[in-house]
Write a protein that binds this ligand. Structure first.
Ligand code: ATP
Ligand code: MG
Length: 694
């Protein structure tokens, strides 16, 4: 997947060679923006920068790994290994790990994931209503992404609900401080605070990174932009503003999470020397696909005028599937994949010959739940697939159990992790004991772990209870010591397996699951998890697209980053499987053959009964459609449902307005009768392969 060195067009070359000041590449989908970043890395090395002086920031961990992989093809494995390629969040972890103490954070702080945050919020706001706690979570996160703390939020609160949320935020902040924990938003805002308040730290980090490159710039939020700015706002005029951002305002799809297109508008104002470079040639899609994409996005007001053309010729027409319902759609999806695989082969424009692989296909949809029926039919037809952007591997109970243990090793003051670890598996420490421990720790303002060894507490608890607590405490201390000193994949694996054995985790799974099969599958996830950590400790990361090396790490180091680096996709080795993905998670990627599923009013544009469709929301949904269409290189199928399920009901399906906006003419969608017959046959076969419902 490495990019060949010499293939850049003049506009791309201009962006790659512009080294003396800030640069923005603003261009449509598939125009080679990400390619500019990888090639610019090579150029910067050539110009004398060391790999570790180049920071490349991507939107997901997976994209970061792919970026490193591509860079490897250009600059070799040695240099690629030292590049600072990461997401904003993992960059934040690195900065906080090195300098968090300067903000009063202890060295081994822990990182709460979204579930932990929800738990803390429920607790802080004494609330049993999950939906309410989730709303607080959203509101607080949006505030944090606007750079507000709870005092600021209280002033900004527009109504009673927001006032309550702001007060809960205050308690939340206090708890996080007490637990020595940070949430994901803090991973951006704390480094920013560091750079803004601490001149010495600012000088150090500005000196560390001599050039910062940002992919998918349109989806940064304001705190991320401020962080970028702080990193490159050097005092020395010659070194100020050395960054390259690439992005596409038409692909901004994270507005709901606080990303703001204002960041794009602000760039030329904040950086008068900004060089803005448009790219116009699309190297991904055929003419028919590109036209459909351009037609759809034309419905949005333009921030920047962009042209996009392709040299590939029209290619196959974009195909529209009208399906009776979800089941039918899933059957036709299977038929689509089998049909094209059966044909073997070349893309419409003749770019790629040979066998069509499963990995050449993606099925994209707006909402996670849409994958379920499709998964069923794919399984029945024995088509291998992976689901990305859905429930993450690391959201599974068994993995979270173990992560709680690891977090406790990293930071013994992490009370939520303590509570989970001390009770999973059960070790004879009951509610009464934990209640007393909690009371004690609250009274003396100490963490649970710290309180556990106190003599005063011992006087209040029975000998048995205190014995079990001490045993647990000693075990954690010992494990921490070993995790701190164990690196390399084999030693790490041995340590992890021993730990699981010590705590009896496998038995715990079999005791707590009704079915043995389920317990076995959970245990196999645990083994995957162990391998995953062990590999990282050995400095090897395998994923789609290849394997690359980073530094060896201790188990403790890997444990600290765990909540930040994880997704199922990252775990996967190179596999020949069909991708099922949400449209959001498909950003930046491409496949030869793409099917967009459930393109209906209500699904895309997505609309829940409770909320109103504002013009801004509609525009964001349209951008999602644009992102979906432009993932396809050669074949694009758009599927719509005549009837669709909505909760327990079945309602009439209305084709999405975006289908009309694609302006597919009659000719483009009509199927060749022979093709149609062939497809019908495969469809029937697919249907036959599915056992009838019980
Ligand atoms: P997106 O907006 O979806 O993120 P992008 O602008 O980042 O797209 P890339 O992913 O960099 O686009 O490139 C799209 C495809 O075009 C890739 O397969 C890439 O290898 C190819 N490509 C880019 N530039 C060139 C070029 N100058 N010559 C040949 N192929 C190119
Ligand atoms: Mg890209």
């Amino acid at each position: 997947m490495a990019d060949a060195p010499a293939t850049l067009n003049p506009a791309q070359l201009e962006a790659v060679h512009h080294l003396s000041g800030p640069c923005l590449v603003l261009a449509g989908a598939g125009s080679g923006k990400t390619r500019v970043i990888t090639h610019k890395i090579a150029r910067l090395l050539q110009a004398g920068l060391l790999p570790k002086q180049i920071a490349a920031i991507t939107f997901t961990n997976k994209a970061a790994q792919e970026m490193r992989e591509r860079a490897k093809g250009l600059v070799g494995p040695r240099a690629a290994k030292d590049l600072a390629v990461s997401t904003f969040h993992s960059l934040g972890v690195r900065m906080m790990r090195e300098d968090g103490t300067r903000l009063g954070l202890k060295e081994q702080f822990s990182i709460l994931d979204s579930d932990d945050v929800l738990g803390v919020l429920r607790d802080a706001g004494s609330c049993t209503d999950n939906a309410m706690a989730k709303r607080w979570q959203w509101t607080i996160s949006l505030w944090k992404n606007q750079g507000l703390d709870s005092d600021g939020a209280l002033r900004a609160a527009k109504d009673d609900d927001e006032q309550v949320a702001a007060r809960v935020m205050k308690l939340y902040e206090e708890r996080l401080a007490a637990y020595q924990a940070v949430d994901f938003d803090d991973l951006i805002s704390l480094p920013l605070k560091l750079l803004q308040r601490d001149a010495e730290a600012r000088a150090k980090w500005q000196d560390t990174f001599r050039h910062v490159l940002v992919d998918e710039y349109q989806d940064t939020n304001s705190v991320q932009y401020e962080l970028l700015k702080a990193l490159v706002d050097h005092e020395d005029d010659r070194r100020r503003g050395l960054f390259t951002a690439v992005g596409d305002d038409d692909q901004s799809i994270y507005g709901w999470r606080g990303a703001t297109i204002d960041n794009l508008k602000r760039l030329p104002q904040d950086w008068p020397r900004l060089k803005v470079i448009p790219l116009e040639q699309n190297y991904r899609s055929t003419g028919n696909i590109l036209r459909a994409a351009n037609n759809v996005i034309a419905g949005n007001p333009k921030l920047f005028e962009k042209k996009l053309w392709s040299e590939f010729g029209d290619g196959d027409p974009v195909r529209l599937l009208e399906c009776d319902g979800e089941e039918h759609e899933a059957e036709r999806t299977v038929a689509f994949i089998q049909g094209l695989r059966g044909q073997g082969g070349a893309l419409a424009d003749g770019r790629q010959g040979g066998q069509t692989n499963f990995s050449d296909f993606a099925v994209l949809y707006r909402a996670n739940h849409q994958s379920r029926v499709i998964e069923q039919k794919l399984r029945a037809a024995q088509i291998p697939y992976k689901v990305s952007g859905g429930q993450s591997f690391f959201d599974r109970t068994e993995i979270k159990d173990l992560c709680a243990w690891l977090r406790l090793l990293v930071n013994q003051d992490d009370d939520p992790a303590f509570l989970r670890a001390v009770t999973t598996p059960k070790r004879g420490i009951g509610h009464t004991t934990l209640g007393k421990l909690g009371e004690f720790s609250g009274k003396w303002k100490r963490s649970l772990f710290e309180s556990l060894f106190s003599d005063t507490l011992a006087a209040q608890l029975g000998a048995k209870a205190i014995g079990s607590l001490h045993e647990f405490g000693r075990y954690i201390n010992e494990l921490e010591h070993r995790a701190r000193h164990t690196q390399g994949s084999e030693d790490a694996k041995a340590l992890l397996l021993e730990w699981l054995k010590d705590i009896g985790y496998e038995q715990h799974l079999y005791d707590s699951e009704d079915s043995e099969k389920l317990a076995a599958s959970r245990w196999s996830n645990v083994m995957d998890f162990v391998d995953w950590i062990a590999k990282r400790c050995g400095g090897v990361i395998t994923q789609e697209g290849g394997t690359f090396e980073t530094e060896k790490q201790t188990v403790l180091q890997v444990a600290q980053t765990i909540s930040v680096i994880i997704s199922l996709a990252e775990r996967g080795d190179e596999q020949d499987v069909v991708t099922l993905s949400t449209l959001h998670a498909s950003k930046g990627l491409e496949w030869p053959h793409v099917l967009l599923a459930g393109i209906n009013e209500g699904l895309l544009p997505f609309k829940s009964d409770a909320e109103e469709m504002t013009p801004q929301r509609l525009e964001e949904e349209r951008r999602l459609m644009y992102v979906g269409i432009t993932r396809a290189r050669s074949t694009l199928v758009v599927s719509t449902l005549r009837r669709r399920k909505k909760g327990r009901e079945t309602v009439q399906g209305i084709p999405s307005r975006f289908i009309g906006e694609m302006k597919l003419n009659e000719n483009t969608v009509k199927e060749d009768p022979r093709e149609r017959l062939k497809r019908l046959r495969t469809e029937l076969a697919a249907r036959a392969a599915v056992p009838p419902p019980p």
